[in-house]
Ligand binder design. Structure first.
Ligand SMILES: Nc1ncnc2c1ncn2[C@@H]1O[C@H](COP(=O)(O)OP(=O)(O)O)[C@@H](O)[C@H]1O
Ligand SMILES: [Mg+2]
Length: 225
């Protein structure tokens, strides 16, 4: 019996299939994530992990199956921009920071159009960068930051609008163990204080060990890990 009630779950994938042409990338994926749960996804290269995150972020649609996120029917959603901006925080491997803007300005950019004033946006960006150990580097531009530092800016940007769900694709891939631990602390703190739900693709054992649940993608099928 499935003991999860509908109220309790924030993400529900039912029979999700994704094909690109003749290539079947996801095969009947079922995944239910509770509000405030932290799920780590592992799996080999090309197994479909990033594709699944894209579907959860409404960046693409499933070929078949249902995806409900925060009570939105993603397979049928017409205008996903607002959903992505206010409900989802995304950290992808290609983090697309703007090179001429400072770390702080890159984070502030995510808050435009949300009703926050300039001073508030700036304070929020500095607070997040500080929490990620980037307080001293907030004024630097991305070309003058290391890969791991840029990754932390991308994480701060993803969290700027207090999303309900953080979706992250190997967010600690470029981070040293100390920075990785800081990321974990921040995510755990947000889960406690704001009920943040987290789904991350990771190969980092320490991060996976900090999750509530581990699942593994194997050739487009999701298994418990
Ligand atoms: N837009 C696309 N068009 C065609 N094939 C794609 C596309 N996106 C991903 N794929 C293919 O789907 C498979 C799974 O990719 P991906 O989800 O990126 O895997 P992972 O993140 O687990 O490494 C790969 O074989 C990849 O080449
Ligand atoms: Mg990937």
């Amino acid at each position: 019996m499935n003991e999860l009630s509908r109220d309790d779950s924030i993400i529900e994938c039912r029979g999700v299939t994704k094909r690109f042409g003749d290539v079947q990338v996801l095969e009947h994926v079922d995944l239910v994530v509770r509000r405030g749960e932290f799920v780590a996804v592992s799996g080999g290269s090309g197994s479909g992990k990033s594709t699944l995150l894209h579907l959860l972020a409404a960046l693409d649609r499933p070929t078949a199956g249902e995806i409900w996120v925060n009570e939105h029917d993603l397979a049928r959603m017409l205008a996903p921009n607002r959903f992505r901006r206010s409900e989802i925080g995304l950290v992808f491997q290609m983090h697309n920071l703007l090179p001429r803007l400072s770390a702080s300005e890159n984070v502030q950019l995510a808050m435009f159009g949300t009703g926050r004033r300039g001073r508030e946006r700036r304070a929020r960006s500095l607070e997040l960068l500080e929490q990620l150990g980037m307080g001293q580097l907030a004024h630097r531009t991305p070309p003058r930051l290391s890969g791991g530092e840029r990754q932390r800016v991308a994480i701060a940007r993803a969290l700027a609008n207090n999303p309900d769900i953080l979706l992250a694709d190997e967010p600690t891939g470029n981070l040293d163990p100390a920075a990785s631990a800081q990321f974990l602390d921040l995510v755990r703190g947000l889960r406690e204080s704001a009920g943040l739900t987290v789904v991350i693709v990771t190969h980092d054992q320490a991060v996976a060990a900090g999750a509530d649940r581990r699942v593994r993608m194997v050739h487009g099928r999701l298994e418990s890990a």
